[in-house]
Write a protein that binds this ligand. Sequence first.
Ligand code: ADP
Ligand code: MG
Length: 325
Amino acid sequence: AMLANQIAAGEVVERPASVVKELVENSLDAGADKIEIEVERGGHKRILIRDNGSGISQHELVLALSRHATSKISSLDDLEQIMSMGFRGEALASISSVSRLTLTSRTAGQEAAWQAYAEGRDMQVQIQPAAHPVGTSVDVQDLFFNTPARRKFLRAEKTEFTHIDEWLRRIALARYDVQFSLRHNGKTVRRYPKINQPDDQRKRVAAILGATFASDALDINSHYESMQLQGYLHANRSGELDVQYFYVNGRVMRDKLIHHAVRQATAEMYGDNHQLAYVMYLRLPPQEVDINVHPAKHEVRFHQARQVHDFIYRAIIDMLQQESC
Ligand code: ADP
Ligand code: MG
């Protein structure tokens, strides 16, 4: 089983940023609205995630570390939906098979916290009482210590940290309702406070993409039939920021069709040569879209592609025309 975990780890755990991704997604699944990420040496040495979610009970602690131990499948009907959300029940098992992992957690119903420790292949999970508020901490040390071939592929600290930082931006732009912080080598480098009022979204946009973008960007707010587009866009002949984030039903996507629609609209106002920065959120009924959540891909297939394209194009053209008159 341990070997199977290490093989699975190859898919789930590619680099420190993928560990952060899996652990933060677990925290979000547990309903946390405060998530602290602490990294040492780009994640080579340590990745520590603390959340204030629902926690894991004492008797489920060891189970959580074993393969296919997802608590998120309650009936077979859920299976298809759950697969598409990426709940496979193997992230913790995979990560612990290639690191020294300490899992500490407390549920609201428990008076004390419990802690499990697992180390690499010879996983002897020990569990003991610990001190911890309601929620969960996962402490991952010495990633790939027992898989030297993989350890060799780790990039410089700075590169690995940049991947973590970039991934956090993406998730922080999707989850305004959650507070995130990121520390690197003992120093707080990012702090994204929780946004309570929808009107305050721009504060987070400013924290992530800079105050200039946040104040210059135009508001997009449009809907057509069952589609809704909201976001911020700044197109300019001499803009400096060149970032594009597009979310479909809350998940970040890179998609040619979408980018084409945006670009086509902005080109009518700014010509072929212009800088384009945007954060946009498209919502549409889930049955009208297939989302491939493979970690390496962010692919989306719209059943009515033409309609989606034209909607985005129209929404932006209308917004730009209103702005210019
Ligand atoms: P999956 O997320 O696919 O279920 P994981 O290996 O990532 O599988 O996690 C295994 C189980 O451990 C989860 O189903 C959940 O019950 C529990 N778990 C993991 N992380 C947390 C967390 N931060 N808070 C609460 N429960 C968690
Ligand atoms: Mg998970």
